[in-house]
Design a binder for this molecule. Structure first.
Ligand code: DGL
Length: 261
């Protein structure tokens, strides 16, 4: 049964945001789970990466962007960024609309595994948001900050030799008896084929599908037009081109000046 709240109307789009193109992994899963819904996506491409910035700055960005999405009519917010999910969720839950994070759903996906690894940005790993939840569920946890993966994706280099070099470097540190690895950054699913090739025995878990399932269960299917409007703080043409290379068609993209947030 869909939750009853003011923004849960036929017309209300779902607001989704990330520091850049990473959240598109979640957006695409949301579109599959809720084909009739309208979405507004914000990629903060002028200020990516978030993961190396101080927590209070990320919290401020998340607050500003959520306010922007609400002013554009969003009836719910999906924080399609692990860094913002791990730092800003407490603030965002005061917004008065349903707010969904990407961490809880990924942790649940790891339920069947005992020795679980998590890779993410420096800020996500330092927040211990994943480690605390996994440890509370009785898991043995290994965690590593893997910040170079974000610029590799933002620069369109996920199929390049540099991606393999960096992935080998990071995975060298992973214990050999690790059973599952949570990709604790929404940029990382684009590296899944590479990571799967380097460590085929490892179950790779990401937030996109379980987050979308959770949002769909809470909001319920609504008949909209299935439209997506993208907003970016950086260059819209570069964003469209990168999204296209990632297999995401961007029909409407608008530039937002940081002063408008
Ligand atoms: N994709 C984001 C995340 O899931 C942000 C990465 C970054 O900007 O550092 O954490």
């Amino acid at each position: 049964m869909a939750a009853d709240f003011p923004g849960n109307t036929e017309a209300a789009p779902v607001g989704v945001f990330d520091s850049g193109v990473g959240g598109l992994t979640v957006l695409e899963a949301l579109r599959r789970a809720l084909p009739g819904r309208d979405f507004i996506y914000f990629g903060d491409t002028a200020r990516v990466p978030y993961g190396s910035k101080p927590p209070e700055l990320v919290r401020r960005f998340a607050w500003e962007i959520s306010g922007f999405l609400l002013r554009r009519g969003a009836g719910a917010i999906v924080v399609a960024c692990n860094t913002a999910s791990s730092l800003a969720l407490g603030d965002l839950r005061r917004l008065g609309v349903p707010v969904f994070d990407v961490i809880g759903p990924a942790v649940l996906e790891a339920a069947d595994y005992h020795h679980v690894g998590v890779i993410g940005t420096r800020a996500t790993v330092a927040s211990r948001a994943y480690q605390q939840r996994l440890e509370a569920a009785g898991k043995r946890v290994w965690a590593l900050a893997t910040p170079l993966f974000v610029p590799i994706v933002e620069e369109g280099l996920w199929n390049d030799a540099v991606a393999e070099l960096v992935a080998r470097h990071y995975l060298e540190a992973a214990p050999h008896d690790l059973e599952a690895l949570i990709l604790g950054c929404t940029h990382y699913p684009y590296l899944k084929p590479l990571l799967a090739r380097l460590r085929p025995q490892l179950k790779l878990i990401d937030s996109a599908a379980p987050t979308a399932a959770r949002v769909a269960a809470a909001l319920g299917p609504k008949a909209g037009s299935g439209s997506v409007v993208h907003y970016v703080s950086g260059d819209p043409d570069a964003y469209r081109a990168l999204a296209q290379r990632l297999g995401v068609r961007v029909d409407q993209v608008r530039k937002v000046e940081l002063g408008e947030l």
